[in-house]
Design a protein around this ligand. Sequence first.
Ligand SMILES: [Zn+2]
Length: 318
Amino acid sequence: MIHHEPSLTRTQLRKRVDEEKSGWLARAQALTDASIQARKFVGTGSKKKDGVWSEIKRVFMSLQGHKCAYCEKRMPERGKGRDGDRLEGKDKNEYDIEHYRPKNAVKAWPSRAIIKERGITYADEIRRGADGGYYLLGHDPRNYVASCKTCNSAYKGNYFPIAGQAARDEPDPKRLRKTEQPLLPLPFGSWGEDPTSFIRFLGPLPIPRFKTGHRHLRAAVTIDFFELDTRADLLFLRSMMILLLWEQLENAVSGTPAKKATAATFLAALSKTTSPHTACTLAFASLHATEHATADSLRSACHAYVASADPSVFGAWG
Ligand SMILES: [Zn+2]
């Protein structure tokens, strides 16, 4: 779960869009006007140019610290590091601009197969987003978020599970948030929320922060929807980061002055918004400080997972 940008306003977002691509907002408004007339999403009419939102992809890559909004995987960034400048024009390839609310037909989630596979018990509480899609938001940057191709293509697609009432003709994402009670995360401004307010991490595992209520449901849906607790690549990376982190956390407490200094530099780097899986690593650093024995048991489980790739090593924690 990436860092939330609560102070981002609509005006600031539009300014960033305009700086990235002058004239984009006017073109988007014309397409929105056409969509209002047609009462359905209207694109550019050209397959080549239909990804008009791709032109402002970098705004979201930058806002998100170059991480996927859903799985917190780190992705390319131009102009940084030894080869960064060579990424000019190539940096965007691993990102998709995703329409948070689908611009066309919305599919129902979860399917029977997913309910069975994931052991979902809350399916009766889930509603489908607006029938026919959110045609008013197809060209609204407040409806955009950057994600990795796996999270977008293999998981997000045209789904939009909600707990409230769908409102297809409402153009204001802030009002929609109240009416619809969306269940997937959106990390920007007053039209989104901080994902860490409903999901926390225990070692490499994301878990609901609350046991009941809307925030519990939202966390459970987000974790099940993107399979954030079972994807092997995510579990492996988070486990590796915890193993690296453990050594530095121990050194920070009882190392030599030189090791303490190295640990401080490492921990500062890990806390940056551009560092991958910060929701996991920062939670583990906090656990290390407050419940050392629990942190040590989780470290041991991470070690076993990296060695075996067997997720059952986390059985006691999930
Ligand atoms: Zn992702």
